[in-house]
Structures are given as structure tokens and as C-alpha cells.
Design a protein around this ligand. Structure first.
Ligand code: UD1
Ligand code: MG
Length: 474
């Protein structure tokens, strides 16, 4: 029986002090709420219902973009009157479900929950006579979490929220992590009985625990704090980001990736696959949907966003690559910049201060120093000299430069697009190409060189004389 999962995500997130809804802040590049939906799906959820309120249009658009329109059902909580009220607002979405169905309720602001934990919650709720289970945690420092109050036999009696707790109760180490599984019949009845007689004047979902106590007590499962930590402010966000980074990096290291310094290696949650024997230098950032094949080396300070790299390619320090595809055995950097839609085939070399955009360099093509290659197609084994610029933009439109296989572009050349340099052609250094160059031809627009014999010597002599005649006293 696949469970139904509710995710509470309607809150204002006031403590974030942000225009962006709290649940859309990214952790390792992935919005917090997407992590929670992902965990629910990985746990085999039949339906996921996100309870939205604050800026719900933006949150829904973000869910639709990732999980498809209707991939996550939405229940609206028009006013945020507490977590109990939030779940009340989701009940119409499950009106046709039977009372013995298990509903999992997750807090939308805690992204690192493992899907196995959801499975544990479900089986605990199924086994418990109370029909309810929840995750508890012991935070490493005092947190304003709900405290778990037990009787002398250890049976859960109730949860006391931090603002309502006495000094004595605040000393309880065991706190509520904010994740629950409960049979729908109990949920329906117990939610209807909730009262807002508390410090915040809200309907607390946590009051369900006192109801479960009348049925023998909810089962609590202890979870490590790093896995269940909720985000309420940006200090929490940074803490969760750090935990996410550690988890992601450990996963990749165990899968065969070497990191010189895992603490300064930043890999987004959606990066992958990463092959074997990958080597990552310090301060490397892999973002978006970047993937690397076997034997790729990425050296210090390089940032790759949505980039695919084939096997045995080396990216030297401080290279920035975005939305690009790099072939096998390529050599990139140091200080290369591949802007969106750059396509580099196998054995391409790109050196320092070379920028590409919407450009395809075919196998073995080389641009080793100082060049701008935009809207260009560069054939196999073409050689692009230092200082080459494709003049692709006239202030209005963008135009294409085609450099055919084996062509040699001399240093400091400007190729004014649209233009084609034919196969095996030469462009002499310093040329401004404005017309197509036929196959095998030489294009040259240089002014002819003149050598004036002895000119430099004569010039210096004349200067020296002039200086003497203007010295004081002469
Ligand atoms: C809640 C728990 C607390 C627990 C803590 C763990 C309650 C009453 N308290 O407190 O016991 O220790 O989580 O992180 O449940 N939300 C709504 N609608 C609302 C209010 C909240 O959808 O009207 C959502 C929020 O968007 C958030 C989640 O519910 O994702 C938790 O709300 P939050 O205000 O963060 O509760 P805490 O004070 O953290
Ligand atoms: Mg919270």
C-alpha cells in the first residue's frame, strides 16, 4: 500500500528575512522543498500533497518545473494558523481514502531527511496500537523545538512547544523533529479536536501526540540531528548546507572520486553521474546537472555549471564553464571561459584567456591563448592563434564564423562575421578578414612593411644633440 505524503510548506518563514519563500531557498543548489519531495518519492509515496500558502504561486511553479504539472498535488492553506491547521487544509485532498491508510506528514523546511527514515516511520505507525509514529532528535545545542514529555515508563504523553514549555520541560533533551506517520482515521478525528489554547494561539499538529497517548502512546524513532535539522533562519541554512555538502562529498568519494580538500569542494545535489578516478582540486565547484566521465581532472578554483565532460579530459585551474559539452582528452585552461552552448570535441586544447560562446571546436582544434570565439564552427585540427577575435556582433544581430578543418588563423586576426575560412587556408597574422577565404588560400590585409636603413641610429643621435643644446648654461 503506497503511502500518502503531506508536506507542510505554507509558513511565512519570517526568520529568513527574505523575498524568496523559505522552502525555495537552495541547499546544494536544490530548493529545500524539492529535497523533501524527492525523499517522499524515493520512499515510494503514492501521492505527494504539498500544503502551500505564503507565495504559493511561486512555490507551485517551482514544483511544476521540476516534477511536472500535477506531479505534486497542492492543498492551499490561505492563512497560516499553525501546523495542525495546515494538515486540516490537506484533508479534502484525501477525502476518498480509507481510515486505515497511513499518511506521512513531513515538514517542508528540513531537506536532509533520508527516504529510509520515511519507510521506518511508516512501519512503526503500522505496528503501533496508537497508529502514530514520529521522529525525535537530540540537538547538539539548545533549539526552540517541541519537547517530548514521557511518563515514568517512557511512554510518550505529549509534546510541549518551546514557547509553552516550563523551565523544567526545556531541560528535556529529546525533541520533536517534525516528521510523522499516522493512520488517516486517527488524523481525521484528532485534527477536528485541536484547540488553539497555547502561547502562539495556533493549532499545533504536535497536540496529536496527546491523543495518541490515550491509545497507548505514539512510537518515537530517534534520528541524527544533521538529518532532521529544520531551517528557520540563515544560520540554520548554512548549517544544513554544510551537512549536505559533507553527505554529497562522502558519497562521491566512496564512489571513486578523489578530492584534495573535501571541505572546499562544492558539488550540487543534482550533479552526476561522476565516473571513476576523477580528481578534484581545491575550491572546485560542480553545479547544476554537471556530469564527468572516468579520469577527468579538474584543478583548483574551476566552476562548472551544467557541463558534460567526457573521459580523461583535464581542466586546469580557474576555468569557468557553463552549459557546455566537452569531449574526451581535451585540455582546458588555465583561465578558460566556456559560455553557454560551447561544444568542444575530443583532443581540443583551449588555453588561457580564451572565451567561447555558441561555438563548436571539432576534434584536435586548438586555441591556446587569448581569443574570443563566438557563434563559430571550427573544423578539425584548425589552429587559432593568440589574439584571434570573431567579430560576431554588429550591435544589432549575431553572425556566424565558419573555420574549416585544418585552417590556420594567425595571431591578432579579426574575423568579421558572417565569414568562412576555407579548409587548410591561412590567415596571416594581424589580418582583418571581411570576405570568405577560399580553401587552401592565404588571406592578408596587412600594410606592406617598410624598412628604413639606419633610421633608428640617426633618430637617437638627433635626440641626443637636442637634449645637450637645451642643458642649462648652454
Ligand atoms: C515545528 C514543531 C516543533 C518541532 C519543529 C521541528 C509544531 C507546532 N511544532 O516547530 O515541535 O520541534 O517543527 O522543526 O508543529 N507551516 C505551515 N502552516 C502553518 C505553520 C507552519 O504549513 O500554519 C509549515 C512551515 O512552512 C514549515 C513547517 O510547517 O515548513 C513547520 O513550521 P515552523 O513554523 O517552522 O514550526 P517550528 O516552530 O519549527
Ligand atoms: Mg521549523
Amino acid at each position: 500500500m503506497s503511502p500518502i505524503v503531506f508536506i507542510m510548506a505554507a509558513g511565512l518563514g519570517t526568520r529568513m528575512k527574505s523575498e524568496t519563500p523559505k522552502v525555495l531557498h537552495p541547499v546544494a543548489g536544490r530548493p529545500v522543498l524539492h529535497w523533501v519531495v524527492g525523499a517522499a518519492r524515493a520512499a515510494g509515496a503514492g501521492r505527494v500533497v504539498a500544503i502551500l500558502g505564503h507565495k504559493h504561486e511561486i512555490v507551485k511553479a517551482s514544483l511544476d518545473a521540476r516534477f511536472g504539472v500535477g506531479g505534486v498535488d497542492i492543498a492551499l492553506q490561505p492563512e497560516q494558523r499553525g501546523t495542525g491547521h495546515a494538515v486540516q487544509c490537506a484533508l479534502p485532498a484525501v477525502a476518498n481514502e480509507p481510515d486505515d491508510k497511513i499518511v506521512v506528514i513531513l515538514t517542508g523546511d528540513a531537506p536532509l531527511l533520508a527516504s529510509e527514515r520515511i519507510a521506518e516511520l511508516i512501519s512503526a505507525a503500522e505496528k503501533s496500537p496508537s497508529g502514530m509514529a514520529l521522529l525525535s532528535t537530540v540537538p547538539p545545542r539548545p533549539m526552540p523545538y517541541g519537547r517530548l514529555v514521557r511518563d515514568s515508563a517512557g511512554v510518550l504523553q505529549k509534546i510541549v512547544e518551546h514557547p509553552d514549555a516550563t523551565e523544567e520541560q526545556r531541560k528535556i533533551l529529546d525533541t520533536n523533529a517534525g516528521f510523522y506517520a499516522i493512520r488517516l482515521g486517527h488524523l481525521r478525528r484528532d485534527l477536528a479536536a485541536l484547540k488553539a489554547d497555547n502561547a502562539k494561539g495556533e493549532l499545533y499538529l504536535t497536540d496529536l501526540v496527546a491523543h495518541a497517548a490515550t491509545r497507548g502512546g505514539a512510537t518515537s524513532i530517534d534520528a541524527p540531528f544533521t538529518e532532521v535539522a529544520g531551517i528557520n533562519d540563515r544560520v540554520d541554512l548554512a548549517g544544513v548546507e554544510l551537512s549536505a555538502r559533507r553527505r554529497i562529498n562522502e558519497g562521491w568519494m566512496r564512489a571513486g572520486v578523489t578530492m584534495i580538500d573535501p571541505a572546499s569542494t562544492f558539488i550540487d545535489a543534482d550533479v552526476g553521474p561522476l565516473g571513476k578516478d576523477i580528481w578534484l582540486g581545491p575550491n572546485v565547484c560542480l553545479r547544476g546537472k554537471t556530469s564527468l566521465a572516468d579520469g577527468v581532472r579538474i584543478d583548483a578554483g574551476s566552476v562548472l555549471t551544467d557541463v558534460t565532460v567526457a573521459e580523461a579530459t583535464t581542466i586546469k585551474p580557474y576555468s569557468i564553464l557553463t552549459e557546455s559539452t566537452i569531449g574526451a582528452r581535451a585540455q582546458i585552461g588555465p583561465f578558460s571561459h566556456c559560455r553557454p552552448e560551447s561544444r568542444l570535441d575530443e583532443d581540443v586544447h583551449l588555453g588561457n584567456f580564451v572565451e567561447t560562446k555558441k561555438t563548436h571546436l571539432m576534434a584536435g582544434a586548438k586555441a591556446n591563448h587569448l581569443a574570443y570565439l563566438g557563434d563559430a564552427s571550427i573544423g578539425t585540427k584548425a589552429n587559432i592563434g593568440a589574439g584571434t577575435i570573431t567579430c560576431n556582433y554588429d550591435g544589432v544581430g549575431k553572425y556566424k564564423t565558419t573555420i574549416e578543418a585544418g585552417a590556420f588563423i594567425g595571431s591578432d586576426s579579426q574575423l568579421v562575421a558572417p565569414v568562412t575560412i576555407g579548409r587548410d587556408a591561412y590567415v596571416g597574422s594581424g589580418t582583418t578578414v571581411t570576405k570568405d577565404v577560399p580553401r587552401g588560400a592565404l588571406a592578408l590585409t596587412r600594410v606592406k612593411q617598410v624598412n628604413v636603413e639606419g633610421w633608428a641610429d640617426r633618430f637617437r643621435e638627433a635626440q641626443a644633440k637636442k637634449r645637450k643644446s637645451t642643458e642649462p648654461g648652454k
